[in-house]
Write a protein that binds this ligand. Structure first.
Ligand SMILES: [Zn+2]
Length: 97
């Protein structure tokens, strides 16, 4: 008769790292960036293809963050792309005309 019940290893609970794990989240280096300088250095923009003249131009974000705005470099047609609250993530636009 073979005793196949004897497997004491499977019943031993092995817990490593007992006690509360303490994470040190006191790194505040990210908070110390000069926000004003950074926002001026890299102003967000959208790339837009102006179909009227087949020219590519950039729409720069307005200071009030409500839209991207710019003009066709050739004919001066104005274009304004509102910044939606949903945030499509679309970074490239084309005009229809
Ligand atoms: Zn144009």
């Amino acid at each position: 008769m073979a005793d196949s019940n004897a497997n004491p290893a499977s019943h031993s609970k092995f817990r490593s790292g007992s006690g509360p794990q303490h994470l040190d989240l006191s790194s505040d280096a990210a908070m110390r960036k000069d926000a004003t300088a950074a926002s001026r250095a890299s102003r967000p923009f959208l790339g837009v293809m102006f179909r009227c003249c087949n020219l590519y131009a950039r729409l720069y974000r307005l200071d009030d963050l409500t839209a991207y705005s710019g003009r066709c470099p050739r004919c001066g047609k104005r274009l304004r792309v509102p910044i939606g609250s949903g945030g499509t993530g679309q970074r490239f636009f084309e005009t229809n005309s």
